[in-house]
Each structure stands twice: as C-alpha cells, then as structure tokens.
Design a protein around this ligand. Structure first.
Ligand SMILES: [Zn+2]
Length: 322
C-alpha cells in the first residue's frame, strides 16, 4: 500500500483544524488521512456548530481486512450515495475526532504503550466495539485501564464521567460502568443533569435509568458520609490523645463545612489530615484508620449501593475485558 505521509508515526492532534480550507463541496480533507490512492471517502458527522464536515480518503481494503462489519456495511450498494474524486463517498454517524482515532489505529499509528488522551482511548473502544475490530478495542481499553493502576484513569475522569458511563453502557461492561457511574455521583448538579460536552463537541447526557441510579446513590452517599462524619467527630477523645480539649474543639469547628456537602463519593476528609498538626498525631491516626475502613466497606459493596449488577466484584482486581 502506498501512502503520501508517514502515517504510522503520525502523532498530530486528532482534532480537525477549523482553519483548513474546504473543497467546493464544503468538505475539509483530513490532512493525515487523505491518501491520493485511496478508493473510498468517509465523511464524518460534525458536532461543532462552526466547523465544516471533514472527509477521510482511505483504502477500502484496509478497512475490510480489519472489520467484517465494515465489509458488510460498505459492501452494500445502497450505502454509497455519492461519488467524488473518483471514489465512493460514505457518510458515517461518527465524529471526525473519533473516526480519525479509529483510522490511526487501523493504519498502525497507535501502539499498546501509547499514552492516549481519555477522549482518544474512548473513541477506540467505542468504534473498535461497534465495528468489531478487536485490536482497536483492546488498544483503547488498555489505555483506559493501565495494568498497574487499573481504575486510576476512570476514577480521575472528572467531567468525562458521563461519557465513560455511556460508553460502558453501550459496550456492556458492568464493572467499568459501575465505577463510571460512581464518578458521575461526584459531578456538580448542572453537569449531572445537563450533561457534558465531549472533545468532539457531542453532548453526553445520562439516560433515564443511569440518571436515576446516580441521583439515588448521590443521596445515599451524602447521607452515609454525613452520618459517618458526625459520629466520628462526636466520639470521646482517644485514650492516647495528648490534647483532648483542643482536638475536640478542632473537630467541632469543621462540622458546618463538611456536613453540608451533598455530592456523592466517599469521604476523603481525615485521610488528608496526615500533615495537619492542628490535631494530635494519635487522633489523626485514629481518624484516618476509621475513614479507611469506612471507605473500604463502601468500595466492597459498591454494586449494591449503586444498583449495578456486577458478578464477583473485587475492587482490587484488575479490570477484565474481552
Ligand atoms: Zn487528640
């Protein structure tokens, strides 16, 4: 296969630049995946209101060799509605960003140890699953769940939590959906209800079922955390406490601040106090240990608490995906 650019090594940003000129059809040629010897043009769906639709001129054979789904889909005569540059033009419902990530993986431009942005890895999982390309899917999952710290990326997904929840709902991966929905409970209410915008401009919102799970769990976590917090700070001072009156006073002072948090998630208050010397060392140690136990009990019963059915849930085990 001949190409006009060193694509296998391409690491250019995956977003299509809005400043690229459009052709007379109003289509922007992707600068990396527009092969002069390509025989099919794939146009992407545009979710950014002010950008132009982009096109990828690629090799049908390369797509077919990886995906029988694409072979079936593009092989149907009705699918091809247009021609340009002597190629069939096929419109896909995917965004330009996601298609570009997918094509980059197909053309060998992504390796198993590449540190991919969340949106790129999610695109590989989404399209790898949809078009049944195991290699692309595995590259995405491997990046989202690094073997040494399998849950670290998902737990740190922040405003990508809804995107993650929708992705793992679509590919039916209950353990990952569980953790993604747990992360959704920590979002601010505007994001939780109104949704969040994906890198490619698509608005991700939770479906009614997942929204219900999150709202219920959010309330439940807030209640449990507040109960844990109030019970903990009203316990009698530790026998080993060196400064009982000032330790107790400090704990009571923080009550209004911490009992008002109504978001989801576990408590992370006392574990952060390790270097706080406004409270004595034995008290700090006791509070951190108590909080660790509280968090561990929530973690192990997360499927029941969130209402997601996960077989043999073990939060310490690496994610299994096949
Ligand atoms: Zn103390």
């Amino acid at each position: 296969m001949t190409t006009t650019a060193p694509l296998a090594l391409s690491r250019s940003p995956t977003l299509i630049s809005p400043s690229l000129p459009a052709d007379k059809r109003g289509m922007v040629k992707d600068p990396d995946y527009w092969f002069e010897d390509g025989n099919i043009i794939i146009t992407a769906t545009n979710f950014h209101p002010r950008s132009r639709p982009c096109g990828f001129r690629v090799h049908q054979g390369a797509l077919f060799s990886h995906s029988t789904v694409l072979q079936d889909l593009l092989g149907r005569p009705l699918q091809v509605t247009d021609t340009a540059y002597n190629c069939a033009v096929v419109h896909f419902s995917e965004s330009g960003h996601n298609l570009k990530c997918f094509l980059r993986a197909i053309y060998g431009g992504i390796g198993p140890n590449d540190d991919l942005p969340f949106a790129d890895a999610a695109a590989l999982v989404r399209l790898g699953h949809k078009y049944d390309v195991a290699r692309v899917y595995t590259l995405g999952m491997g990046s989202l769940f690094p073997p040494k710290k399998p849950w670290s990326r998902l737990l740190g997904s922040g405003d990508k939590a809804i995107e993650a929840a929708n992705l793992f709902t679509a590919i039916k991966c209950p353990p990952a959906l569980l953790v993604a929905l747990y992360c959704c409970t920590k979002l601010d209410v505007a994001s939780l209800i109104g949704g969040t915008i994906r890198t490619d401009g698509f608005l991700e919102t939770l479906d009614a079922h997942n929204m219900l799970l999150c709202l219920r769990a959010r309330e439940m976590f807030a209640r449990r955390r507040t109960t844990f917090f109030v019970r903990t700070i009203t316990l009698p001072p530790q026998e080993s406490c060196k400064t009982p009156s000032s330790c107790r006073e400090h704990l009571r002072d923080i009550l209004p601040t911490y009992a008002d948090d109504v978001r989801g998630g576990f408590s992370e208050l006392f574990l952060d106090w390790e270097k706080d010397d406004t409270i004595c060392a034995p008290c700090r140690k006791f509070l951190a240990r108590r909080e660790q136990k509280f968090r561990a009990s929530l973690r192990s019963s997360l499927p029941e608490l969130m209402g997601v059915d996960v077989k043999s849930w073990d939060p310490s085990r690496p994610v299994v995906f096949a």
